[in-house]
Write a protein that binds this ligand. Structure first.
Ligand code: CDP
Length: 793
């Protein structure tokens, strides 16, 4: 078990992978406005598509009259659900083996659902023609509150499913119910808490869209699309639309943020493909902001009741939870098939427990489908939020300090690999070291002293703690697949004759800096400068098959693939070097970038010389083919389990109830750090996400099912004005099973931060006796809560 090292003990900048903090190779094109996004694709003769969406949440479609739209100047085609049904394309599978309407035929089931689309010469004509489509709706009562979805008199949303007589979606459980009940029965203290993680939206800067170009002569479809998983999308298009897979090329160019929003296949993509098939022209579809917010994959929407059992001196014994999950009108959850609740099973957090049990009921409601992992690994954000609220609540009940209560209950370093009561095997970590580091940076004891002084003056200062374990890097493929596609990823590496290299990946960057960090990994293994290594991704014709980027899986899976493929190339280089130096391969030592004869450093050949030899004239050693390249597919043996400890300091204005995050300390442990600068950027972004969810983001609905978060005037996301200067630190506990010990990090901060902020606000409000408050903690919500309680002395 490799030991955990703290920031002071390991200066990562001195021992970087590749070139450590090197600037991002992709940034010159981004900062000069030369990024090439889907909407930048302009093809000769390209047409434009717009989608007519349902204005209501639940209605039967009586008729759709498209005649006026068809007559509108510039319109080339109007497509309805009925027309798609004739081709067997009106419905498509979701990522969770449910079906979803491409264009509605029988009913509309959420506001914003796709009803028809227009393909026209330009975007304006397409949009104008939408207004001319006459749809007659027979309005039905909607199901908006998940708590009433299973009421006997609730309207049945999914009457398209044979025999469906209610809105039940699925039930799921994890852990041992009886064993957990027994521990609870014997516990000195049981604390329970209702916790809602509201519906939020990833809201990437670039909305979703595509350009579909079907070539009727070649029978070939090229699709530029905002996809986090181009290979998986291609296979699904082939399976659903019956197009031969080798005739489909999916290109995912630069992507302006994904956060899970660009994992599903949306009806718009399918309609654009149909539009191109019908017209024989390329068809572009780009959604606007409201379409993105109201119709594409939402996240969270879990109504949770959690219970925690402990001894009276604060030893946590067990956790129990019951969850009501709102899945919207179609179950579009993006998660490995065997995990309908994603990785919610890690709700036991970083604690050494005797038992745990979770039961979940998921229901259909008249809201957009989704359940995407918004910057988290499949529902871990919800899990972490629940357990971290519960532990802080327990600390308050016991009158103990929340940081010290956590320190006393963590899984200890010598317990790894640690099997949790719900069946996860954590690989490594030193949770106490991480929290102590956060307490050191924050000056925790001084903060508590300051809080006591301020309380005496009637000031509402709060200190919130959150510690978390993430589970990132899905597969292994024997347990994890998306619609039957195993979660493993390929990597190809080719070293050119002059020693420059190209590495091809199946994962797809949406801004995370893969072109830099993957070049660093290969550069470190081969002793080639990362500047001399090109990273190719996002094009199914030019990259190996794999499941794409989400759930911080790129570094755990493809990062491992990149290291191993480079080692494979190095093994081949050793054999060629042994011939060049006329010694046995075993007599060679690898000294970064060259092979040396053991004990005779004067005799060596560089990787560049070997590359030239591999392609050059003359014979190669027996059994060695020419060229210097290799290919692998990496099936991870386990997930990697990064962890972190976050401390947040807030001030709540006693008059206006406005919450100001004064300080935020985030200490993350993602194992071996490849590029510390990129990691800090990922953490900063994730913390801003977490602050948004804690304080302002919510996709809410009125009683008729109208979405109240359909624009960025209503769906508030944080700006530089609300975000504090983040203070970051790190510890390093390498993953024992990852070839370079790296764990994922992209989403850690989004996972860990909401609980720290909410815990801080609840801590600030302790003088009012407030013990629970649901996100987002807007001034009005906090103010209302304060009104219900007596003003503190
Ligand atoms: O899958 P995704 O790229 O979203 O997440 P990730 O694998 O956590 O990586 C996010 C970025 O941080 C990538 O550029 C990684 O290579 C980088 N990273 C790193 O430098 N060191 C780590 N231990 C983990 C990630």
């Amino acid at each position: 078990r490799p030991p955990t090292r703290r920031a002071e003990e390991i200066d990562n900048d001195q021992h970087p992978v590749g070139h450590g903090r090197m600037l991002r190779k992709e940034d010159p094109r981004f900062v000069r406005g030369r990024g090439r996004y889907t909407d930048d694709v302009r093809l000769p003769g390209m047409l434009h598509m717009a989608i007519l969406r349902s204005p209501v949440a639940h209605a039967r479609i009586v008729s759709v009259d498209t005649s006026a739209a068809e007559a509108h100047p510039g319109v080339r085609a109007v497509i309805t659900g009925e027309a798609l049904a004739a081709q067997g394309l009106a419905w498509m599978p979701t990522l969770s083996n449910d079906v979803q309407a491409v264009l509605a035929t029988d009913k509309v089931r959420f506001q914003g659902q796709e009803v028809a689309c227009v393909v026209a010469d330009d975007r304006y004509a397409a949009r104008d023609a939408l207004e001319l489509i006459d749809v007659e709706y027979d309005i039905l009562p909607p199901v908006v509150d998940a708590r009433h979805a299973l009421d006997a008199d609730a309207p049945v949303i999914r009457d398209d499913l044979e025999g469906k007589a209610d809105n039940h979606c699925f039930d799921w459980e994890a852990g041992d119910a009886a064993a957990t009940d027994a521990v609870f029965a014997d516990a000195d203290v049981v604390v329970s808490q209702d916790v809602v993680y509201p519906r939020v939206h990833p809201a990437p800067m670039e909305t979703c869209g595509c350009v579909a170009d079907f070539d009727p002569v070649e029978g070939r479809l090229t699709l530029w699309s905002t996809s986090q998983a181009p290979h998986a999308h291609r296979t699904l298009y082939a399976l659903v639309a019956g197009l031969p897979e080798h005739k489909i090329r999916v290109i995912s160019p630069d992507i302006g943020g994904g956060f899970g929003n660009k994992v599903p296949i949306y009806p718009g993509y399918v309609c654009a493909i149909v539009g191109s098939l019908l017209t024989g022209k390329p068809v572009k579809w780009m959604e606007d902001r409201s379409e993105n917010l109201t119709s594409t994959g939402f996240a969270r929407d879990y109504i949770m009741r959690g219970e925690i059992a402990a001894t009276k001196d604060g030893k946590i014994l067990a956790l129990r939870t019951n969850v009501l999950a709102d899945h919207g009108a179609f179950n579009g959850t993006a998660a490995p098939v065997k995990y309908p609740a994603g990785f919610f099973g890690v709700f036991t957090g970083s604690y050494d427990l005797k038992a745990a049990y979770c039961h979940m009921t998921a229901v259909y409601t008249n809201k957009a489908p989704g359940g995407v992992a918004y910057a988290c690994s499949f529902r871990i954000t919800e899990a972490v939020y629940l357990v971290e609220r519960l532990v802080s609540r327990l600390a308050a009940e016991l009158g103990q300090d929340p940081a010290r209560l956590r320190l006393a209950n963590f899984i200890r370093p010598d317990q790894f690999p640690y099997a949790t009561p719900t069946g996860w095997v954590y690989d490594s970590g030193d949770y106490a070291a991480t929290l102590r580091e956060a307490m050191r940076i924050a000056g925790y004891d001084d903060l508590r002293a300051e809080q006591a002084r301020r309380r005496e003056r009637g000031e509402l200062m709060g200190i919130g703690v959150s510690t978390f374990t993430e589970a990132v890097g899905a597969g292994p493929r024997k347990h994890m697949d998306i619609l039957g596609l195993g979660m493993a990823d390929g990597c190809d590496l080719r070293v050119h004759p002059t020693g420059k290299a190209v590495v091809r990946l199946s994962v797809q960057s949406q801004g995370q800096g893969h072109e830099t960090t993957f070049a660093q990994i290969v550069g470190e293994e081969l002793g080639i400068s990362p500047d001399d290594i090109d990273v190719v991704h996002g094009d199914t014709d030019n990259t190996p098959f794999g499941l794409g980027t989400y759930g911080s899986r790129s570094t755990p899976v493809s990062g491992a693939a990149a290291a191993l493929v480079a080692r494979k190339v190095r093994d081949k280089a050793r054999v060629i070097a042994s011939a060049m130096l006329e010694v046995a391969p075993d007599d060679l030592e690898w000294v970064k970038g060259s092979f040396q004869v053991a004990g005779d450093p004067g005799r060596s050949v560089t990787i560049q010389e070997i590359a030239m030899r591999a392609h050059g004239a003359g014979d190669l050693p027996e059994g060695v083919e020419g060229s210097l390249d290799a290919q692998i597919t990496y099936n991870p043996p386990n997930l990697t389990y990064p962890n972190g400890a976050y401390i947040c300091v807030v001030d709540v204005d006693p008059g206006t109830a406005q919450v100001r995050v004064r300080r935020f300390v985030a200490v993350d442990d993602c194992g071996t750090r490849i590029n510390p600068m990129i990691i800090e950027g990922q953490v900063h972004g994730g913390l801003a996400d977490g602050l948004g969810m804690a304080l302002m983001e919510i996709i809410a609905f009125d009683p008729e099912g109208n979405c109240l978060g359909g624009s960025l005037m209503d769906y508030l996301i944080p700006t530089a004005l609300e975000t504090p200067d983040w203070e970051t630190g790190f510890t390093v506990t390498p993953s024992p099973h990852h070839p370079i010990g790296a764990k994922g990090v992209g989403e850690s901060a989004t996972v860990g931060s909401p609980a720290a902020i909410v815990n801080a606000v609840i801590d600030a409000l302790a003088p009012y006796g407030i013990t629970g408050l649901d996100m987002p903690l807007t001034p009005s919500r906090v103010w209302e809560a304060m009104q219900g309680h007596p003003t503190p002395p």
